[in-house]
Structure formats: C-alpha cells, structure tokens
Design a protein around this ligand. Structure first.
Ligand code: NAD
Ligand code: UGA
Length: 437
C-alpha cells in the first residue's frame, strides 16, 4: 500500500518505519527541513531503541523516504496518516492548530480519493473537524474519508509495541472504509477493534486517563504506606496479583510525566466539561500527580535541613528510561526548585543531556558516567530508573560521597541492600532508613 505519514516525531517516524518494514511504500513528511535532511542521512532526530537500524534498512531498500514536500507525499499515497503534535493549550484543552494546518494542506494537494487517518491523539469530534476543514479548503471537490486510528505505543519500547499491539483500534464511518486499515495492519496478526470515529477517539483518552489513574492511585497508597510503615512495593505486588487489577502501572514514584499523560488527562477533563460533565475522579488524579514532586522536595529538605550550598548528584534526567524525551520530566521540577534555594548539581543521564541542558540551570555540571556524580556529593537523587543504575558499585559510590545519603524517586534499590551497605536512604512509600547520629 502507498502510505504517507505526516509528522516524523516519536509516533510518525516509528509508524512510518514499521509500515515500511511490513512491505509498504512509505513517504514520511515533516515541515522541519533539518529533520528531513538528517533522516535522509540515517541520523535519527530522536532516540528510540532499534529505530535507527530499522529506518536505515528500509531507506536502503527504498521502502521509506523522507520529504518536507507535503504535496508530493499526499499525491503519491492512498492512505495519509496525520501524526503531528497536539500540545496542551493554557486552559487544558488540546491545541489542534498543527492538525488543522495539515488538514488544510492535504485539502489543497488532494489529487484523488484518499483515506485520511488521524493518528495524533485528538479529542472526540476532531474527525468531524478534520473532515470539515478539508471540505472547506478543497479547490475542487474530491471524495475522501476520515478515520481515527489512535496510537498506544510507549516511548522506549515503541517498535516492540508497534509490532505487538494489544489491540489496533480503527474508528471509521463504515466497515468498508475500515477495511483499508485492516489490510494495512493484517500482517501484525493483532486483535482489531472497528468502531465509529468518536468511540475510537474516546478509547485513546479513556485508556491514557485510566493508566494515569492507576499511577496516582498507587502514589496515594504510597503516601499512606510512608505513615504506617508499610512497603508500597509489596502492596502493589499483592494488589497486582489479582488479574482484575493487573500488575502494570502500579509503580509508585514521582508521578507520571512525559508528553502524553499530563496533557491527555487535562484534555479529557476539558472535553467532559465542554459537554456538560464534570470528570470528578480525574481532577483528583491530576492533583495527586501535581503533589508528587513538592512532596519529594519537602522530604529532601526535612532530611537535610537547608540545601543552600549542598551538592547533589542526580542520576537520570529523562522522563522515563530508554528515551531522550525531556517533556514534563520530573528532574526539571526537582532540580530547578532545589537550585532556587542554593543547591548545586552534577547530573548524569545516558542519552538525554543535550535535550535537558536548555531546561536546567546553567551551572549544572554534567558527568560522563554515572558514578562521577557521587564525587563529594552531600546526597544522590535518583530521578529515572535506567537499568544501568542497578549495576552501580554502591560501595565505591559511598566512599566518594561526602555522606552516604540517597533520595530515590523510583525505588530502584531494596531496603535490605541499602541497610546492609550503610546508606541513609529515603524512597517512595517505604520506611526511610535514617541513621541516628
Ligand atoms: P513530536 O512532537 O515528537 O512530533 C511531531 C512532528 O510533527 C514534529 O517532527 C513536527 O516537526 C511535525 N510537524 C508539525 N507540524 C507539521 C506540519 N504542518 N507538516 C509536517 N510536519 C509537521 O510528537 P509525538 O510525540 O510524535 O506525538 C504526535 C502525536 O501522537 C500527539 O498527538 C501525541 O499525543 C500522540 N502520541 C504520542 C505518543 C508518544 O509516545 N510520544 C504515543 C501515542 C500517541
Ligand atoms: C504512555 C502510554 O503508556 C502509551 O500507551 C501511550 O501511547 C502514550 O502514553 C501516549 O499516548 O503518548 P509514555 O508516556 O511513553 O506512554 O510512557 P509510560 O511508560 O506510560 O510512562 C508515562 C509516565 O508514567 C512516566 O513518567 C513514568 O515514569 C510514569 N509511570 C509509569 C509511573 O510513575 N508508574 C508506572 O507504574 C508506570
């Protein structure tokens, strides 16, 4: 099938690469010319495990190409995916200006019947909005259909998720129209759910909001565990063993960040309100999440007293492991808040440092390797659960610090191990290990 994907970000580029890998003829369009030039040279604009190799292989085999010429991309394709950003507006609603701009351009350059597929996360009703925008801007009437095909991949495992989706959701005006996408996804042998357009759009928001709810729920449980001396890891294990609850997304920590849960929860609240419903639960989910970093910062200050002049070693900057994405990363909130009170920082992240630099104070030092941040540190702060932090030589780290104190926002070490090694260790939803002296 001839496929055009507009927007070569985390979703568009992975989607384009996977469709090409499945044997389709894919053209990826981005209005950022620098990105397109880099992609043509095999340089990825984002870090995503396995992506570079997949793009390179398909580019060499001429199954995928990159252009900033939307007209050419649309003209040669039967199916056109919209995968541009849908950032939050100031009032929590979704800024659809990128989607609208693309819809207008598609309208102008449409040369024959096309299926236009919304892969961007967009509020219910956007399918209709895209249809109207295209109709209004077509120089002459050409038939087309608009389909919603929300994306459920996670950053860091995007290729694996795309190849093995739990479900593919296709929201189409009719079964017939849906069949083109069924054909495209058939090689994945994944369960497919065909719905109307509005239901597909709602499935995406409801799924992200429900996952965010699980995270805020376990974080609220963690707060109580800290008071009563229980261990949130054991509580999550006990809860998650019930198949009706499920083990996933019960990791207590600094709350959900990244480019999606924060904006999508706000957007669902906004959409509900627009249609006369108050989504009470989601207000609490957002509030619980907003309280995570202030609470963590308070615990740091309660433990250390004033942080003025104290040196912190920070392990991890990205919003989660295996990505270079710094959008809504908790490290930014924590570092900036403590820096404002006079703290100093040495930070390490395996891949997100260049993206992090513009978001952090200028005097933050960046280490070449993880253990380097411990040198003369008054405390370590673990912000992202990168696998490599599990394997650190904690004895050496302890020896190089001014005092053996760790604040762990992701619970990557066991209390037994930290007690044995003689660290003071403050983690999430577990009793703090603080020596008396
Ligand atoms: P992104 O910001 O990484 O990428 C968007 C791309 O679109 C950019 O490269 C930008 O240059 C390009 N673009 C913007 N306007 C354009 C135009 N007029 N013409 C051509 N290109 C244009 O965004 P993303 O993270 O890939 O997210 C895209 C959408 O997918 C959002 O709606 C998001 O909510 C949704 N989503 C994201 C993820 C994720 O893990 N990041 C997962 C599922 C769904
Ligand atoms: C999330 C969803 O998991 C994807 O299904 C969805 O497609 C995507 O949003 C989207 O719509 O963009 P992503 O943001 O890449 O994917 O990452 P997640 O692994 O879901 O993590 C999101 C945030 O929640 C991170 O800050 C992570 O640290 C946090 N989290 C996750 C927890 O605090 N606890 C958990 O148990 C799981």
């Amino acid at each position: 099938m001839k496929v055009c994907v507009i927007g070569t970000g985390y979703v568009g580029l992975v989607t384009g690469a996977v469709f090409a890998d499945l044997g389709n003829d894919v053209i990826c369009v981005d209005n950022n010319k620098g990105k397109v030039e880099k992609l043509k040279k095999g340089v990825m604009p984002i870090y995503e495990p396995g992506l570079e190799e997949m793009v390179r292989r398909n580019y060499e085999d001429k199954r995928i190409d990159f252009t900033s010429d939307l007209a050419a991309g649309v003209a040669k394709s039967d199916v056109v995916f919209i995968a541009v950003g849908t950032p939050p507006a100031a009032d929590g609603s979704t800024d659809l200006s990128y989607v609208e701009a693309v819809a207008k351009e598609i309208a102008i350059h449409m040369n024959k019947y096309k299926i236009i597929v919304n892969k961007s996360t967009v509020p219910p009703g956007t399918g209709e909005f895209v249809r109207n925008t295209i109709e209004k801007n077509q120089p002459k009437k050409i038939d087309f259909d608009v389909v919603s095909n929300p994306e459920f991949l996670k950053e860091g495992t995007a290729i694996r998720d795309s190849y093995n989706p739990d479900r593919v959701v296709i929201g189409a005006p009719s079964q017939n129209i849906a069949m083109a996408l069924v054909e495209l996804y058939a090689p994945l042998e994944a369960p497919m759910l065909i719905t109307d357009v509005a239901s597909a759009e709602m499935i995406k928001y409801a799924s992200n909001a429900f996952l965010a709810t699980k995270i805020s729920f376990i974080n609220a449980v963690a707060n109580v565990c800290e008071r009563i001396g229980a261990d949130v890891g054991l509580v999550a294990k006990g809860m998650g063993s019930d198949k009706r609850i499920g083990k996933e997304f019960l990791m207590a920590g600094l709350g959900y960040g990244g480019s999606c849960f924060p904006k999508d929860t706000l957007s669902l609240i906004h959409t509900s309100k627009k249609f006369g419903e108050d989504f009470h639960i989601l207000h609490s989910v957002v509030q619980t999440n907003d309280e995570r970093t202030p609470r963590f910062i308070s615990r740091i200050k309660e433990t250390m007293g004033s942080v003025k002049g104290k040196k912190f070693g920070v392990l991890g900057l990205a919003f989660k492991p295996d990505t270079d994405d710094m959008r809504d990363a908790k490290s930014v909130e924590v570092i900036n808040a403590l820096h404002a009170e006079g703290a100093k920082f040495a930070a390490y992240d395996p891949i997100s440092v260049e993206n992090a630099k513009p978001m952090l104070p200028k005097d933050v030092e960046y280490a070449e390797y993880a253990a380097e941040v411990a040198k003369d540190a008054d405390a370590l702060i673990i912000m992202t659960e990168w696998k490599e932090f599990q394997g650190l030589n904690l004895e050496e780290i302890k020896a190089s610090m001014k005092q053996p104190l760790i604040f762990d926002g992701r619970n990557i070490y066991t209390l037994d191990r930290m007690e044995r090694l003689g660290f003071d260790y403050v983690s999430i939803g577990r009793r703090p290990l603080i020596s008396k002296s």
